[in-house]
Design a protein around this ligand. Structure first.
Ligand code: ATP
Length: 559
């Protein structure tokens, strides 16, 4: 800010001084002063760029950590409503928009603001009257800024929303590429994606138009400022109200302000884009989950494993009209095996999910050793429970890491523990057959393994966990008869001394269960041992067994 001032002084000094020596002295002093100032400026610039860059990157990091932590904290129902591609977009694209605004623009923007404020102050110092003439452009510029800022925040949110929808489409199709290929729907999917991305482009046209108007008008305002200084200043100089040096300084300040106005315009523009995108980030960061992931009671006495469902009524939050349970009662005594059967869609998997507190029932209670599970620490509850589900999902790491994932602290699991669990799950043999053995990477979601292999790795994971409670949701459904027999054997050994809820379609696998609960119409309609239930004439279970026997007979006849 002192440069135009110094130049003004140089001009006035040169035109007023007569002696050569005096002029040289003055000029040397000013030159030394300016050199010092330039050096300070260079160091300050270095510091500004470096520090702002570093803090910007740290802000992006912290934001990403907070968004991801908040996503992981959310209750299961949140993931029923949200789409993974959309969430990933918030984690990456939105944080980048906010982050890049913070990194590049705050630094340049603050400089532009400082330059603008400094320039105006110096103008007022040199000549308040001329400064007033220069600032006639401020009110219309302020109005343009306000209107544009509002518009940009809104449109950025829409662009980011549409981009998230497009990412969601791509994400779902790419992760289910086999289905797309099997149905030969590549062109259809391309069309679906193009439609979404076209919407982003349409919105971007609007944004580009607004930007063009904004930058055009702020540029015009900057030039208007220079022009008014030129016009009024020249007249004032002619009337000897200001010196030539003052006018030169003034014109340079006017240019500075013009430049700073353009810097402020892009800063303001980016800031509003960042505000639009950050709305989507804060929506997630601020969201409090309805079921916390930890916190609550951790019983001091050893867990026995008495599970009681009492008068439980439930519907999924996303489908309020579809009642899954209405007044369901079920008791699983500690250390016993309860098999749950029933028609498809009768709520067998839901029952297991309610015990794990993936969802909370709208009515009734689920207790563990007499304590309502809503009072218990969910983290503790889930650590006590081993789960093998119908379609076990593995992570794209090694077989060893996937098995060790079952432990409370996977890092502390030894190779011997992993092998022992794999042997019990009848998985050791096939794992050893891989060239990299336990270090084989299983691909995204474990897709490089067969369904049966995945299931055995998942069983090994549950065995390694050694939990007090076991939830087996069709744990052996993907296995062939021989493997099923072997794994079933391992599972039965594992079940001893634990409370088990086992869900099975193949009724032959639950013959040894202590009791069988038959679900239908949102309630337990029959309860008893295999032999008790098969003896009930007209019983639902008996019919299920008879129907399955016919199917099995048909299959064996055909083969
Ligand atoms: N996340 C969800 N959101 C909304 N509805 C769901 C959800 N999961 C399941 N449902 C519905 O709840 C009902 C019970 O599903 P559940 O998976 O518990 O049945 P199931 O008896 O285990 O079925 P299957 O034997 O076919 O595995 C079904 O009608 C299903 O459509």
């Amino acid at each position: 800010m002192s440069i135009p001032f110094c130049i003004g002084r140089v001009i006035d000094t040169v035109s007023s001084l007569n002696s050569e020596g005096e002029m040289t002295d003055q000029l040397t002093n000013i030159a030394i002063f300016l050199t010092g100032l330039f050096l300070v400026g260079a160091v300050a610039n270095f510091g500004r760029v470096y520090l702002i860059q570093i803090s910007g990157q740290r802000i992006i990091n912290t934001m990403r950590q907070s968004v991801f932590a908040s996503i992981l904290r959310q209750e299961t129902a949140f993931f029923d409503k949200s789409k993974s591609g959309e969430l990933i977009n918030r984690l990456s694209a939105d944080t980048t928009v906010v982050g890049s605004s913070v990194t590049q623009n705050v630094s340049d923007g603050l400089r532009a603001v400082a330059q603008g404020v400094g320039g105006i102050s110096m103008m007022v110092y040199v000549s308040p009257k001329l400064a007033l003439a220069a600032l006639v452009t401020v009110p219309p510029v302020a109005v343009v800024f306000i209107i544009y800022g509002r518009f940009l925040r809104k449109i950025t949110k829409s662009v980011q929303d549409s981009l998230a929808e497009a990412t969601q489409v791509a994400d779902e199709r790419i992760s289910n590429m086999r289905t797309v290929r099997a149905f030969a729907h590549e062109k259809l999917e391309m069309g679906a994606y193009n439609k979404k991305i076209q919407h982003v482009l349409d919105l971007s046209y609007k944004e580009a138009m607004a930007r063009a108007v904004f930058f055009g008008s702020t540029g015009l305002a900057g030039n208007g400022l220079v022009l008014s200084v030129f016009y009024v200043g020249s007249r004032m100089m002619h009337d000897s109200q200001i010196t030539v040096g003052d006018l030169t300084s003034f014109l340079m300040y006017a240019f500075y302000i013009g430049i700073s106005l353009s810097g402020m315009s892009s800063f303001y523009s980016e800031l509003n884009r960042a505000l639009g995108a950050s709305t989507r980030i804060w929506e997630i960061i601020d969201k409090t989950p309805t079921i916390p992931i930890s916190g609550g009671l951790i019983p001091s006495v050893p867990l026995a494993g008495n599970i009681v469902f009492k008068d439980v009524s439930f519907n999924y939050p996303t489908r309020e009209d579809a009642v899954i349970f209405s007044g369901l009662d079920l008791q699983i005594p500690a250390g016993s095996v309860m098999a749950v059967v029933g028609p498809s869609g009768s709520g067998k998997s839901t029952l297991a999910g309610l015990f794990l507190r993936l969802y909370d029932p709208q009515k009734g209670s689920i207790t563990l050793d007499g304590t309502d599970t809503t009072q218990l620490d969910p983290e503790w509850l889930r650590h006590q429970t081993g789960t093998v589900s119908q379609e076990p999902i593995l992570f794209s790491s090694t077989v060893r890491e996937n098995i060790a994932y079952g432990a409370v602290d996977p890092e502390s699991v030894t190779m011997d523990d992993v092998i022992a669990a794999a042997k019990k799950a009848n998985a050791h043999y096939f794992i050893q057959g891989f060239p990299q053995g336990y270090e084989t990477v299983v691909g995204e979601r474990g897709l490089m393994l067969s369904g049966g292999q995945r299931q055995r790795v998942a069983i090994a994971r549950a065995i390694l966990k050694n939990p007090k409670i076991l939830l087996l949701d069709e744990a052996t459904s993907a296995l062939d008869a021989e493997s099923e027999h072997l794994v079933q054997d391992a599972l039965e050994k594992l079940m001893v001394g634990r409370s088990v809820i086992t869900i099975a379609h193949r009724l032959s696998t639950i013959k040894n269960a202590d009791r069988i609960a038959v679900l239908d119409g949102g309630k337990v309609v029959e309860l008893g041992s295999y032999s008790e239930l098969t003896q009930l004439s007209n019983g639902v279970f008996r019919k299920l067994v008879e129907r399955q026997a016919i199917v099995i007979d048909d299959e064996s006849l055909q083969s």
